[in-house]
Design a protein around this ligand. Structure first.
Ligand code: NAI
Ligand code: MG
Length: 397
């Protein structure tokens, strides 16, 4: 039998470091795959004017499943200034390759689970009425619509006249912005399509049912953002009524959810939101379970392309540390989500158990788990390196 091929996309900064650790763990767990490396990130922007070369798209097209580290993004003007001299002044405009991947492959479903690890010193604790503390057990799965809404890229500064004319047909635009000179107006649209909204909501319900959660919470703002948030809530009500009558449907506003987050995080199960609010609510929950060193994610399309990545970025300031100090767990957990996706659940479960055991034992901890500020001397101060953390996980498999 030919080996399964996985596209490995290291990207920038610490992306390659954590990806390598995840591959070590997968191999140690007996996952027998061939990793095909793909180019993505800053180097390819600078030297080719494209951070997501077509050859990388082709690789993912072919093999469907990718593990992705992280990339570095910079604002447009800064990005243009770093282009190789031969590419300058050619009208090349930088855009994030990860957003590009999401859009190219229509990776419209993003799943970000946040589950408390027993014994993690970074766990959120709450003071209760008697002055003692409790440590709520968080187990939420956030479904973020990944391609539309405020990240859809439909935006203008000084909008062209057709767009301006269309806006001027809206009474509220006329009232609030009608006297503002057009060149002083910037517009970022929030467009939801019924099809994609239905898909993310249905995915949330399916997950709830499959993994035995008791509720789905739509976390939007339908009282103010009536059209888009309103559409998601309405679709959720229909799906709940017609397909999942046994699952409770809750509805929270994003702002209130942020406030309740620390009050009763253990009450939530599956949360579904649009692109921006999903990004916010998933980072917020990740903060309760240890932060970026632990936050993993999966993104998938309707036709079977899956990209698995930690939520964190390329943390460029740590990229050159030798030994590396960053926590590999977010990437390793993302690899477990890949195993779930391709239905290799036993290996995923073994790896997760090993990670949990290492965290609970507490002998080996990366700097973030020791609440240190990241610097080269954290190792001398007792923090484990990225490699030592991975070694410990492997020895617990
Ligand atoms: P970041 O996530 O790279 O780092 C923020 C801070 O979080 C770091 O300074 C570090 O203290 C901590 N951190 C991140 N990963 C960690 C890990 N594995 N273990 C321990 N601590 C960790 O975000 P930042 O600094 O805002 O962005 C750096 C670059 O990454 C930017 O160019 C940004 O555009 C890009 N980025 C890329 C993402 C992606 O590839 N999906 C996501 C977020 C940011
Ligand atoms: Mg984010």
């Amino acid at each position: 039998m030919t080996k399964r091929k996985i596209v490995a996309l290291p990207g920038d900064g610490i992306g390659g470091i954590v990806l390598e650790q995840a591959i070590r763990v997968l191999t140690a767990a007996g996952f027998d795959a061939e990793y095909v490396y793909g180019d993505i990130g800053w180097e390819f922007w600078r030297t080719e004017g494209n951070p997501l070369p077509d050859r990388t798209i082709d690789l993912i097209e072919k093999h469907k499943i990718a593990l992705f580290g992280a990339i570095t993004s910079k604002p447009k003007d800064e990005a243009a200034a770093e282009l190789h001299p031969s590419l300058q002044n050619k009208g090349l405009v930088y855009s994030s390759p990860i957003v590009g991947l999401r859009q190219h492959f229509n990776l419209d479903i993003c799943l970000r689970p946040c589950r408390t690890y027993k014994g993690n010193p970074l766990n959120f604790i709450r003071r209760n009425t008697e002055g003692s503390f409790d440590e709520p057990y968080v187990d939420v799965a956030i479904f973020r619509q990944n391609t539309e809404g405020l990240y859809g890229g439909v935006e203008w500064s000084n909008p062209p006249s057709l767009v301006y004319k269309a806006l001027m047909t809206h009474p509220k635009f006329i009232k609030n912005f009608g006297s503002v000179p057009v060149e002083e107006i910037s517009v970022s649209t929030r467009i939801f399509s019924k099809k994609a909204t239905e898909r993310i909501v249905r995915a949330a319900f399916e997950h709830t049912s499959k993994y035995g959660y008791k509720s789905v919470t739509v976390c939007e703002k339908p009282n103010v953002i009536r059209e888009t948030s309103g559409m998601m809530l309405k679709l959720a009500k229909d799906i709940q009524k017609n397909e999942y009558p046994d699952i409770q449907l809750w509805n929270t506003n994003i702002d209130a959810q942020m406030m309740w987050l620390t009050k009763n995080p253990e009450d939530y199960g599956v949360i579904v939101a649009g692109n921006m609010f999903g990004d916010i609510v998933s980072d917020a929950f990740a903060g309760l379970i240890g932060g970026l060193g632990f936050a993993c994610s999966a993104q998938f399309s309707a036709d079977g392309v899956g990209v698995f990545e930690p939520t964190h970025g390329s943390a460029p300031k740590y990229a050159e540390y030798d030994p590396p100090i960053v926590n590999p767990i977010a990437m390793i957990e993302s690899a477990c989500m890949m195993l779930d996706y391709i239905d290799d659940k036993d290996k995923a479960s073994r790896i997760r158990k090993a990670v949990s055991r290492v965290i609970e034992e507490g002998k080996i901890r990366t700097y973030d788990m020791m609440k240190m500020k990241g610097s080269p001397d954290v190792i001398e101060k007792g923090a484990a390196s990225t490699i030592e953390m991975t070694d410990e996980i492997i020895s617990n498999l």
